[in-house]
Design a protein around this ligand. Structure first.
Ligand code: XMP
Length: 511
C-alpha cells in the first residue's frame, strides 16, 4: 500500500485543497469527516494526520470536538487554523475568544527554527481566516511564528511531532504554503513520494481483477472522460467480461455516437453496445417544457433502457460507475443540506431488482487527476481535455418543448460554435462553451425576404470548479465570425445573442 495521509475535516471551505497539496507532493491523501474516531483512523494505517480548519469556535455549542486519540497513534500531526485551536485547547493551552474575524493576508515572522520552516525566509506572506486565537501553547510546545496581530501564529512540539499553524498553508495566497506542507510531509514525517498515476493504474487494475474474478460487469458510458476512463481501466483488468452500454438519446452533440463507437469499440476493442433510443426519448419529451420534468423523464428513460439492456447480458454482478472523489466527500462530509437547484441525472437511481454491487475505481481521484489518468491510459487528447456535457444533453439547452428539428438545429449551431473556438485557439481559455436554442423567434431579413426564425444564444464560461463561473470575454471578431457562420449555415436561425451573466446569479446551463 502507498503512503497515506488522513485529513480530518472540521468544515473548512478549503479542506479539499489540503488533499490536493498533499497529493501534488506525491503522497496519497484522504479526507474524513470530523466525526471519525481515532480507532477508525488507526485502522487506516496513516503515516500522518492533518486537522483542517473550520468555521466553529472551540467549545461553543455544536462545535466539532477533538478526539485526543489522534495523538496516541504515533504519527505526526499538523493542525491548521481550527485544527491548531483544537490542539491548543485539547492539550492544555489557552485560547481567547473573539467576535471579529481576521481575514486576509498577514506577514508571518519565524521566531524559532523548525523543520516546518526549512527553506523559508525570516518573514513571509500567509493567508489568515480565523476568529479565536491561541494565547498560550500547551505544555511542551514552543512558539515558532508570530504575526503583527498574533503572538502565537504557529507552534510545535518536536518531541511528539505535533505542529500547528493559525494560517492556511494550503491556499495559493500563502506564498510558500507548498514548502511548508512539503516540509511536514518529507522532513517531519519522513515520507517518500509514491503516489503516481502509473502506480495507481497498476494497483487498481490488480484490485479490480481480484474483486471481479470471472464475473460480469456492466458500465454505462456517457461519452465523457470519467466513464471512459472507468471502462478502459476495467477492460485492462477483466477484458471481455466488461460490457459497456452507450445510449443514444437523440440529444447528443454532433458526431458523438460515431466518436464513441470508433474510439471504444474499434480502437480500444471494448465490448460495446450502442443503443439507439432517440425515438423513445423524443416521444416522451414531446410537449414537455418544464426543465425539471425534462430531467426526470430523461433520467427514468435512461434507467429503463439500461435495465433492459443489462437483462440481455447473463449473470451480471457489478455496475461500474465514474464516481469521483468530490462526490464521495460531498455525501460523507458533515455538510448541511443544500437546496436542490437542478436534479442531476446519473445512474444512481437504479431499480432495486437490479441489485448490483458498485465498482467505483475513480473514487479516490479529483477531476484533473482523472484527466491525467486518461493520458496515462493513452486516451486521445480531445477526449481527455473534453469539457463537461450534462447527462440530459441538448434537452436542457432547448428551452421549451424538445423536438428532433430543434435538436438538429442546435446540434449544427453548437458544432460551428465549438469548431470556430477550437480553430481560433480561444477554446483553450474556456472551461465550457455551448449553444442554446432559446424559445424565442424574431423577425429578420435575408436576401430580399422576411424571416421569422429562432434566436440562438451562445454561452461560454471560465471556472475552476463549476460552482461559480464567469462569462468569457471572447474577442468580438471571433464572435462575429461565429455569428455569421451560424446564420449562414444553419437553416432556421436568424439571430445570435451572447450570454453575459455569471454564475451566480445565473447557472451555467440554461435549464
Ligand atoms: P449548472 O448549470 O448547474 O452546471 O451551473 C454546472 C455544471 O454541471 C453540468 N451539469 C450536469 N452534469 N448531469 C451532469 O452530468 C446533469 O444533469 C447536469 N446539469 C448540469 C453543467 O454542464 C456544468 O458543467
Amino acid at each position: 500500500m502507498p503512503n497515506k495521509v488522513i485529513i480530518i475535516d472540521y468544515g473548512s471551505q478549503v479542506t479539499q485543497l489540503i488533499a490536493r497539496r498533499v497529493r501534488e507532493a506525491g503522497i496519497y491523501s484522504e479526507i474524513h469527516p470530523c466525526t471519525v474516531k481515532a480507532s477508525e483512523v488507526a485502522a487506516m494505517k496513516p503515516q500522518a494526520i492533518i486537522l483542517s480548519g473550520g468555521p466553529a469556535s472551540v467549545g461553543s455549542k455544536d462545535a466539532p470536538v477533538l478526539d485526543r486519540g489522534f495523538f496516541e497513534l504515533g504519527v505526526p500531526v499538523l493542525g491548521i487554523c481550527y485544527g491548531m485551536q483544537l490542539i491548543a485547547d485539547g492539550l492544555g493551552g489557552r485560547l481567547s475568544r473573539s467576535e471579529t474575524r481576521e481575514y486576509g493576508p498577514a506577514e508571518l515572522t519565524l521566531t524559532a527554527a523548525s523543520p516546518l520552516w526549512e527553506g523559508l525566509p525570516e518573514t513571509t506572506k500567509v493567508w489568515m481566516s480565523h476568529g479565536d486565537k491561541v494565547m498560550t501553547p500547551p505544555p511542551g510546545f514552543s512558539v515558532i511564528g508570530r504575526t503583527p496581530t498574533l503572538d502565537v501564529a504557529a507552534m510545535a512540539c518536536d518531541e511528539k511531532k505535533i505542529y500547528a499553524v493559525q494560517f492556511h498553508p494550503e491556499v495559493h495566497h500563502t506564498v510558500l504554503g507548498t514548502t511548508i506542507i512539503n516540509n511536514f510531509l518529507f522532513r517531519i514525517c519522513g515520507l517518500v513520494p509514491d503516489w503516481t498515476m502509473t502506480s495507481f493504474v497498476d494497483r487498481v487494475v490488480k484490485e479490480m481483477a481480484a474483486k471481479v474474478g470471472d464475473r460480469q460487469v456492466i458500465c454505462a458510458l456517457s461519452g465523457g472522460i470519467d466513464s471512459t476512463v472507468v471502462a478502459v481501466l476495467l477492460h485492462r483488468a477483466i477484458g471481455k467480461n466488461l460490457h459497456c452500454i452507450f445510449v443514444d438519446n437523440g440529444l447528443l452533440r454532433k458526431n458523438e455516437v460515431e466518436e464513441v463507437r470508433h474510439l471504444l469499440g474499434d480502437n480500444l476493442d471494448l465490448n460495446l453496445t450502442v443503443v439507439d433510443a432517440s425515438e423513445r426519448f423524443l416521444s416522451r419529451l414531446k410537449g414537455v417544457d418544464d426543465p425539471e420534468k425534462k430531467r426526470k423523464i430523461i433520467g427514468h428513460t435512461f434507467i429503463e433502457i439500461f435495465d433492459e439492456e443489462s437483462k440481455k447480458i447473463p449473470h451480471v454482478d457489478f455496475l461500474a460507475q465514474g464516481t469521483l472523489y468530490p462526490d464521495v466527500i460531498e455525501s460523507t462530509s458533515a455538510k448541511g443540506p443544500s437546496a436542490v437547484i437542478k436534479s442531476h441525472h446519473n445512474v444512481g437511481g437504479l431499480p432495486d431488482h437490479m441489485k448490483l454491487s458498485l465498482i467505483e475505481p475513480l473514487r479516490e481521484l479529483f477531476k484533473d487527476e482523472v484527466r491525467q489518468l486518461g493520458r496515462e491510459l493513452g486516451l486521445p487528447e480531445y477526449l481527455v481535455s473534453r469539457q463537461p456535457f450534462p447527462g440530459p444533453g441538448l434537452a436542457i439547452r432547448i428551452i421549451g418543448d424538445v423536438t428532433k428539428e430543434k435538436a438538429d438545429i442546435l446540434r449544427l449551431a453548437d458544432f460551428i460554435f465549438r469548431d470556430e473556438l477550437s480553430k481560433s485557439r480561444e477554446a483553450q481559455n474556456l472551461s465550457q462553451f455551448f449553444a442554446v436554442l432559446t424559445n424565442t423567434r424574431s423577425v429578420g431579413v435575408m436576401g430580399d425576404g422576411r424571416t421569422y426564425d429562432h434566436t440562438l444564444a451562445l454561452r461560454a464560461v471560465t471556472t475552476d470548479d463549476f460552482m461559480t463561473a464567469d462569462w468569457a470575454r471572447i474577442p468580438y471578431d471571433i464572435l462575429d465570425c461565429i455569428s455569421t457562420r451560424i446564420v449562414n449555415e444553419v437553416p432556421g436561425v436568424n439571430r445570435i445573442v451572447y450570454d453575459i451573466t455569471s454564475k451566480p446569479p445565473a447557472t451555467i446551463e440554461w435549464e
